[in-house]
Design a protein around this ligand. Structure first.
Ligand code: PMP
Length: 359
C-alpha cells in the first residue's frame, strides 16, 4: 500500500506537511484569529427559527444570490464590480490558482505570510516565489519585489493587507507600485478588514489587474466557511467556471444572511476586539523580555528573548492557554509567538501568565 501511494502521489505532495490545526479542547483558544464572542441567547433563538424553515432535501441556490447581494452591501463592493463566493477564502485562493495555473505559471507572495498561498500553488502544480519582507518592520521590500516580479513574471500575486502573521498594513503606495509592476493578477486579501480602516475595495476597476478578497471568518463567522472575491466581471466570469456547483451550502447561506441582517452585533464585537488590542499591546510593551509589533488585525506578534519562545509557549499551554508558535516557521520569525486577541478575561489570563513567566 505504502509503495503504491509513493508511486502515484505526486512527489511535491509527498513532501508537503498537511495544514496543522492544534487540538484546543478545554483550552483558552488564542491561536486562530477567531472572534471569541458568541451570540446573545435571543439572537440564537431567532437564528434557530430561521434555520427551521430550511429544506435540506433541496440543493442550495447555486449562486447564493440573496447572500451575495447582502455581502456587496455590507462590504462596500462598487456597483459595477462582480462578486463570487467561496467555501472560505481558502477555496477562492484555490479557484484563482486553478484559473491561471499551468506549466511555467507561478504565484508570488511575501514571507512571512499566509501559508495557504504556497500550499495551494503546490497543489496546483505551480511555481511559488516567497519574497522576504523587510526584517524590522515587515514592510514590503520593494527592490526585492521588483526584481522577483521581473524575473518570474508571476501569473498571480497575493498581498494580505493587513498581513498574517505580522499584523501590519503595507504602505498603500507600495501596493499600488506592485499593481503597476505585476504582469498578471494582484489579489489584495483583506481577511482582517474588520480591524483596520483602510481598504482597496473602492479602487476596484481603477486597475485592470486588481481583485479584492474578503472573508467572514474573522468577523465572527469562522464556522460557516464563507469568503468573497470582488472585481471586474471580465475576470470573475472566468474564475466562476472553476467553482464547485452549490459550494455555499444552505445552512451557511441562511446563517450568514441572518448574521448580516444583525451585523451591528458583530460590529460591536469587533469594536471590542480593537479596544482589547490597544490594551493588550500597551500591556505587552510594558513587559521586559518581550517585543510587540503594531497590529491592524485581531492578533499581536511578539518576540521573546532568544531561545524563550518555545518555553513560553509550553508554559502557556501547561496553564490552559493556546497561542500560535511561529518560531521555526520562517527565519524572520525567530523567537516569535502570535496572540489572537480574545475576551478581556482571556487576555487578562494571558497577561498574568506572561507576568509570572521566568524563562
Ligand atoms: N487570508 C488570510 C490572510 C488569512 O489569515 C486567512 C485565515 N487565517 C485566510 C485568508 C483564510 O480565511 P478563510 O477562513 O475565509 O478561509
Amino acid at each position: 500500500m505504502e509503495q503504491l501511494a509513493r508511486h502515484w502521489i505526486r512527489p511535491e505532495i509527498q513532501e508537503l506537511s498537511a495544514y496543522h490545526v492544534a487540538d484546543a479542547s478545554g483550552l483558552i483558544k488564542l491561536d486562530a484569529m477567531e472572534n471569541p464572542y458568541t451570540w446573545p441567547e435571543d439572537l440564537r433563538r431567532e437564528w434557530l427559527s430561521a434555520l427551521r424553515k430550511v429544506d435540506v432535501n433541496r440543493y442550495p441556490d447555486p449562486q447564493a444570490r440573496a447572500l451575495a447581494e447582502q455581502l456587496r452591501q455590507t462590504m462596500g463592493v462598487p456597483a459595477d464590480m462582480a462578486v463570487l463566493l467561496g467555501n472560505g477564502s481558502d477555496e477562492i485562493i484555490q479557484m484563482l490558482a486553478m484559473a491561471v495555473g499551468g506549466s511555467g505559471r507561478g504565484i508570488l507572495s511575501v514571507e512571512p505570510g499566509f501559508v495557504m498561498y504556497r500550499m495551494i500553488a503546490i497543489w496546483c502544480g505551480m511555481d511559488y516565489v516567497g519574497v522576504p519582507l523587510n526584517a524590522d518592520d515587515f514592510s514590503l521590500d520593494m527592490p526585492a519585489l521588483r526584481k522577483a516580479i521581473e524575473e518570474t513574471a508571476p501569473a498571480l500575486i497575493f498581498l494580505a493587507c493587513p498581513n498574517n502573521p505580522t499584523g501590519n498594513q503595507f504602505a498603500e503606495t507600495d501596493v499600488l507600485d506592485v499593481l503597476e509592476m505585476a504582469p498578471g493578477l494582484v489579489v489584495v486579501d483583506e481577511a482582517y478588514a474588520p480591524f483596520t480602516d483602510t481598504s482597496f475595495m473602492p479602487r476596484l476597476g481603477q486597475h485592470d489587474n486588481l481583485l479584492v478578497m474578503r472573508t467572514v471568518s474573522k468577523l465572527g463567522l469562522a464556522g460557516l466557511r464563507l469568503g468573497m472575491l470582488a472585481g471586474p466581471p471580465a475576470w470573475l466570469e472566468q474564475i466562476d467556471k472553476l467553482r464547485m456547483p452549490y459550494n455555499i451550502n444552505v445552512l451557511t447561506q441562511t446563517t450568514a444572511s441572518f448574521a448580516l441582517e444583525h451585523h451591528q452585533v458583530l460590529d460591536e464585537q469587533t469594536a471590542d476586539i480593537r479596544r482589547e488590542r490597544t490594551r493588550m499591546r500597551a500591556a505587552l510593551e510594558a513587559m521586559t523580555g518581550l517585543r510587540v509589533w503594531p497590529s491592524q488585525a485581531n492578533f499581536l506578534l511578539v518576540r521573546t528573548d532568544p531561545g524563550q519562545a518555545r518555553i513560553l509557549f509550553d508554559h502557556l499551554l501547561d496553564n490552559g492557554v493556546l497561542v500560535k508558535k511561529l518560531h521555526g516557521s520562517h527565519p524572520l520569525l525567530e523567537d516569535c509567538l502570535r496572540f489572537t486577541v480574545g475576551k478581556p478575561e482571556e487576555n487578562d489570563r494571558l497577561l498574568k501568565l506572561l507576568g509570572s513567566f521566568r524563562g
